[in-house]
Design a protein around this ligand. Structure first.
Ligand code: G1P
Length: 292
């Protein structure tokens, strides 16, 4: 069954890299220009044709759920003040053509554990994963759309890869690609290593935080034991999946990524999106030019 409807978005993380901003506000609700980070992610998965989002969440994250729910008071106030354009925009956020499920991750036991929390909601279906720290601006086609289309044809799990600079290698999951054979042009993953040192990194290609998995992947994830820090690592389950001869296709990121779980990435995302905002574009470009 290659019909891919569900995508898991883990949002239970505490956002310590963005403290103190995230002391009382979920990191996913920090704005890039005028939309919270999570809205960019939801728009991306919606555009790719996913129909059900599973938020793996935490008690401090109710504002994320509220953001995608109807706000009666706000809508009534905007109606009264005849703010039509704004009203339309606000209404559209809660009327997205998708179902949102939420499930709690009761313990901070890592990314792999967060995904496992969604197991019962995923059921027997294949599923996607989108990590909300990473905002992706594609230059042509939505990357998840490409991965989803391929899945429909070949039913293979896949992972999106970006190119890491030297100083970024130890922050991400780094992959080793299989040697390409002459018959197939598809890139396949041989192994993956979580946050290696530059010396141990098998390449400069890293997991950008978009994955598609056949349902069996959940069984591998269930087998993973917590690491020294008590976390169940998604990367370890992926590596085990590969060691058991399951195929994982590699997609190269088309466009740019902004790691918004990090102060610098978050600031750059704001500048880049502001440069494209119809109301801010002119002024921000002028400001940046004069700063040089
Ligand atoms: C997680 C994954 C890592 C991936 C990264 C992308 O790390 O474990 O493999 O490259 O997301 O953002 P985290 O950012 O949770 O430390």
């Amino acid at each position: 069954m290659n019909d891919l409807k569900k995508i898991v978005i883990p949002i239970a993380g505490l956002g310590t890299r963005m403290l103190p901003a995230t002391k009382a506000i979920p990191k996913e609700m920090l704005p890039i220009v005028n939309k919270p980070i999570i809205q960019y992610i939801v728009e991306e998965v919606l555009e790719a044709g996913f129909k059900e989002i599973i938020f793996v969440t935490h008690s401090s994250k109710s504002s994320v759920e509220n953001h995608f729910d109807t706000s009666f008071e706000l809508e009534a106030a905007l109606e009264k003040r005849v703010k039509r354009a704004l009203l339309k925009e606000i209404k559209s956020i809660s009327k997205l053509n998708l179902v949102i499920h939420t499930i709690r991750q009761g313990e901070a036991k890592g990314l792999g554990h967060a995904i496992l929390c969604a197991k019962s909601l995923v059921g027997k279906e294949p599923f996607g994963i989108a990590l909300p720290d990473m905002v992706i601006k594609s230059s042509n086609k939505n990357n998840l759309t490409l991965m989803k289309t391929a899945f429909k044809k070949n039913g293979c799990s896949s992972i999106l890869l970006g190119k890491a600079k030297k100083e970024q290698i130890s922050k991400y999951g780094i992959v080793k690609l299989k040697k390409n054979n002459l018959v197939s042009k598809e890139l396949k993953i041989e192994s993956i290593l979580e946050k290696p040192s530059l010396k141990k990194a098998p390449s400069n290609l890293f997991a950008v935080g978009r994955y598609i998995f056949r349902n069996e992947f959940m069984e591998y994830l269930s087998e993973i034991k917590p690491d020294k820090g008590g976390e169940i690592q998604l990367t370890e389950a992926i590596d085990m999946y590969l060691k058991n001869d399951n195929e994982l296709l590699a997609f190269r990121l088309d466009g740019k990524f902004y790691d918004c779980g990090d102060k610098l990435g978050y600031l750059i995302a704001n500048i880049e999106y502001a440069k494209e905002d119809p109301y801010l574009k002119k002024e921000i470009l002028k400001y940046l030019k004069n700063k040089k």
